[in-house]
Design a protein around this ligand. Structure first.
Ligand SMILES: *Cc1c(COP(=O)(O)O)cnc(C)c1O
Length: 243
């Protein structure tokens, strides 16, 4: 059983905090999208969120998403994004079922997706995942301090030239911090990387996907256009439901 009223309350609380953070930094609340992260959650949770007006969803495990795809497609204007580390052998599912790929974390998977999207005659919006916390356990291009590694720039240029991938912005998943303030430096760094790419590499990045349950207000203050929220919206995850 899912508790619809709890989810509705959570949405309200989160939207209020999102608006307040936007206003504090002189932005419009409408410039920031709430993405519901529904990994391990059953189709009923997706339906409940849709009924509450949520249209932007993030999922991590392609097989699990495939199992509840009908729930997402109950509304025509849903934007479903892949946000988890993508194994090559699951790339086809993303090319077939997802609207967007936010966790593009290495050149090899970009090449794979380019081929799959060319075959399907579609252009896939992507975000480039930056490992700004320089954590060994996380995916994405590694960044150390404020500098932008040559290897990243060279891969970025190659992806820019792929006709079936449309780079819309950057995505980060910084170290978990109970106090979201601790991640502010990573949000600023990500904004700076995007500005550099726009200024010096002919990029047109408009999306910054950053901020989760523990740190989305700080992320919004530093320019997030998408916050990806799971726990604060739909409660703790049930990993036994992961397929
Ligand atoms: C699970 C996940 C989230 C949601 O995290 P919460 O702390 O539950 O809000 C956001 N982004 C990514 C990439 C995730 O894997």
């Amino acid at each position: 059983m899912i508790d619809t009223s709890v989810i509705l309350d959570n949405i309200k609380t989160i939207q209020n905090k999102m608006s307040a953070a936007a206003v504090r930094s002189g932005r419009n609340a409408s410039d920031v999208q709430l993405m519901a992260v529904t990994k391990t959650k059953p189709a009923e949770v997706v339906s409940c969120l849709l009924e509450a007006g949520i249209r932007c969803f993030g999922e991590n495990y392609p097989d699990e998403t495939a199992g509840k795809i009908d729930a997402f497609r109950a509304q025509p204007d849903v934007r479903l994004a892949m946000i988890g580390h993508l194994q090559s052998r699951k790339a086809k599912i993303v090319a077939d079922l997802f609207d967007e790929f936010q966790s593009l974390d290495r050149l090899e998977i970009a090449e794979k997706m380019e081929t799959l999207c060319a075959e399907r005659n579609r252009v896939l919006p992507v975000l480039i995942e930056c490992n700004v916390g320089d954590e060994a356990s996380k995916s994405g291009w590694h960044f150390e301090g404020a500098s932008i590694p040559d290897e990243f720039l060279s891969d970025f240029e190659k992806i820019q030239k792929m006709p079936h991938l449309d780079i819309r912005g950057l995505m980060i998943l910084p170290p978990y911090a109970e106090d979201g303030e601790l991640n502010r430096k990573y949000f600023i760094q990500t904004r700076n990387i995007a500005a550099y790419l726009n200024e010096h590499c002919g990029a047109h990045l408009t999306e910054l996907s950053m901020g989760t349950s523990s740190d989305y207000p700080a992320a919004i203050e530093e320019g997030a256009t998408i916050v990806r929220i799971g726990t604060a919206l739909v409660g703790p995850r049930d990993y036994k439901n992961k397929v």
